[in-house]
Design a protein around this ligand. Structure first.
Ligand code: SF4
Length: 278
């Protein structure tokens, strides 16, 4: 019976830090790193994967779904994915992973999947094993590595943070509906073409009777109006200030400044799933 060790890279900071951590603490394990590519990723994600591959000294395997985003969009009657119907995660992230490990499991091998849930987070929604030979391990939780620890691992390794963290908090598809409104505003600023594409998908969905817009309660065409954009920016600064005030000060420990990631689940959005965003 063979044993395989696999680690999913999302393009975000936590899974990257876990890859670095495993490489440093368990060089004896021949870990296969993989990335499920939805075809709708930010360009910065690919740059970051390249940097990480340089550190790991091996390629990150790209798992491409057989059918792309547009195919599934048509299958789902042009309805955009949403927190209620998250077909994107199922079809573009989980299925390619299951197809990849299936032959290993069919051969009777054991597959250990390492997932980057930190010690300071709840085990929200993640991948739970449906096969007795597929084991899920959470090394950061087991070893008490929190958000500050993740930051230290990335800085010390030289890999650093993904570049898009300057304007967006999590990885995942360019159009992810889990984005906060301020992130849509910034997407328009940083990647206007992708924003226009998102608008086109949304228009098409609404014309097909979809009840969902990318951002809850308003279409992107409304969100991009100058007065609305200004309001969103103002709301964001206020939320950030509230979170900074709310956070207890610990004189014995340096804390990372409040960032976008901290504001998920604050007033807006409860964002994310560990499959895409870790
Ligand atoms: S990142 Fe967002 S849009 Fe992409 S698969 Fe995950 S939940 Fe869906």
């Amino acid at each position: 019976m063979n044993e395989h060790h696999v680690l999913g890279i999302s393009g975000g900071k936590d899974s990257a830090a876990l890859a670095v951590y495993m490489r440093q603490t368990r060089p004896d394990l021949d870990i296969e790193y993989f990335f499920t590519d939805t075809g709708k990723e930010l360009p910065e994600v690919y740059d970051f994967l390249g940097r990480l591959e340089g550190f790991l000294g091996k390629p990150i395997i790209r798992l491409n779904p057989d059918r792309n985003f547009d195919f599934w969009l048509r299958e789902y009657n042009h309805f955009l994915p949403s927190p209620q119907t998250r077909w994107c995660t199922r079809q573009l992230k989980l299925l390619p992973f299951e197809h990849w490990v299936r032959p290993m499991l069919m051969a009777g091998d054991i597959v250990t999947s390492y997932v980057a849930i930190r010690a300071d987070e709840d085990y929200r929604e993640g991948y739970s094993s449906k096969h007795q030979n597929l084991k899920v391990r959470l090394p950061f939780r087991e070893q008490g590595v929190d958000k500050l620890g993740v930051s230290e691992i990335l800085e010390a390794s030289g890999v650093g943070w993904p570049e898009y963290y300057q304007w967006r908090s999590r990885s995942g598809c360019t159009f992810c509906f889990f984005q906060q409104k301020i992130e849509w505003v910034r997407l328009k600023e940083k990647h206007p073409e992708e924003f226009e594409q998102a608008k086109a998908y949304e228009k098409d969905a609404l014309e097909h009777g979809s009840p969902f817009t990318w951002s809850k309660g308003e279409p992107l065409s409304a969100l991009e109006r100058p007065e609305r954009t200004l309001q969103i920016m103002k709301d964001f600064e206020e939320r950030k200030a509230r979170e900074e005030k709310r956070r207890p000060v610990n004189p014995l420990r340096y804390e990372l400044p409040v960032d976008l990631d901290d504001l998920y689940g604050c007033d807006e959005g409860n964002g994310a799933c560990v499959v895409c965003h870790k």
